[in-house]
Ligand binder design. Structure first.
Ligand code: RIB
Ligand code: CA
Length: 315
């Protein structure tokens, strides 16, 4: 399998930061650009965080294209500071970019995605770890990206695991269900890294403490931003020992080593309103005939994923 060239569509976010650093530390992955979206905070804040994270990683050569400030159809709902802190980065006090030269490119995210995919047919994997608005806008702008992309990997949704923002919905899908409907219906090679696997990958305080004590600046940064995320998981889910769900890095781990996961392809529908808003309904017994199949990851070797993340972030 040749290395992956990806565009990372992201709403940083503590676990987004972990995912970005994991990708940056992985020779299997080349990042062509970051595209930002509302979600864990406003798009102003997630764009600032994306620029700052690249600064921390000394990779400001990677372009950042600012994306959607709100969902396709619905008004902007509550953003994720209650999980990720006021700065969406663990309350480390980020209120501005860390250097004046840190700026997004002039192109909006959807245009960046469409142009890059069309200029590199069959080459680019889109990895979306926030609401799917930018991918949907890119599809509307240039529908041929559905054939020109190499593959699409999203962190979002669930087949059987309970939701994390409603009884059945995962946050990234719930936050823009109309965008998800377009992305799930596009007919491209789509893999869903959902709550079925990401809530099985649980990182605890000894692993964060090891990152804090590591020689790697990126590992130490992750150790610094983790406590706010650990607090949320303790208060919301009663997790002990500083344990958190590892959502976004699991999507990167899948790209690095798909053998860590097992999946099955099912046709999917995404209701856009009502109590099932944003639920990813997998047709496991063949009742729907028309919607495209999505590769849904349902099993994971969690200890090996955690070992991979820890090894790469401490290196
Ligand atoms: O449901 C988990 C997802 O929502 C992750 O992508 C997290 O960063 C938030 O965006
Ligand atoms: Ca995210």
């Amino acid at each position: 399998m040749p290395p992956h060239t990806i565009i990372l569509d992201t709403d940083p976010g503590i676990d987004d930061a972990m995912a970005l650093f994991l990708a940056l530390r992985s020779p299997e992955i080349t990042i062509l650009g970051l595209t930002t979206v509302f979600g864990n905070s406003t798009v102003e804040a997630t764009t600032r965080n994306a620029l700052n994270l690249l600064h921390v990683a000394e990779r400001t050569d990677i372009p950042v294209a600012r994306g959607a400030a709100q969902p396709l159809v619905l008004p902007l709902g509550e953003t994720g500071e209650f999980v990720h802190g006021q700065d969406a980065m663990g309350d480390i006090g980020w209120t501005d970019v860390l250097a004046p030269y840190l700026k997004p490119v002039d192109q909006p995210a959807a245009q960046f995605i469409a142009e890059q995919v069309m200029a590199n047919p069959g080459q680019i994997t889109l990895v979306a770890i926030g609401p799917l608005t930018n991918l949907a806008l890119a599809l509307q702008l240039e529908p041929r990206i559905a054939q020109a992309v190499r593959s699409v990997v999203i962190m979002g949704g669930s087949v059987v695991a309970p939701g994390n923002v409603s009884p059945t919905a995962e946050a990234n899908i719930y936050n823009d269900p109309h965008a998800a409907e377009l992305v799930f219906g596009a007919g491209w090679a789509l893999t869903m890294v959902g709550l079925d696997v990401t809530t099985a990958v649980r990182m605890d305080e000894p692993r964060f403490a090891a990152l804090r004590a590591s020689a790697s600046p990126l590992g130490r940064f992750v150790g610094q931003i983790a406590p706010r995320y650990q607090q949320f998981h303790r208060e919301r889910y009663g997790y002990q020992n500083g344990t958190v769900d590892v959502h976004d890095p699991s999507a990167i781990a899948y790209l690095i080593d798909p053998s860590l996961f097992a999946g099955q392809a099912w046709r999917m529908v995404v209701p856009v309103d009502g109590p099932a808003r944003g639920t990813t309904i997998a047709d496991r017994h063949g009742h729907f005939l028309s919607t495209p199949k999505v590769n849904c990851l349902v099993e994971v070797d969690a200890p090996r994923v955690l070992d991979l993340i820890q090894a790469r972030l401490s290196a």
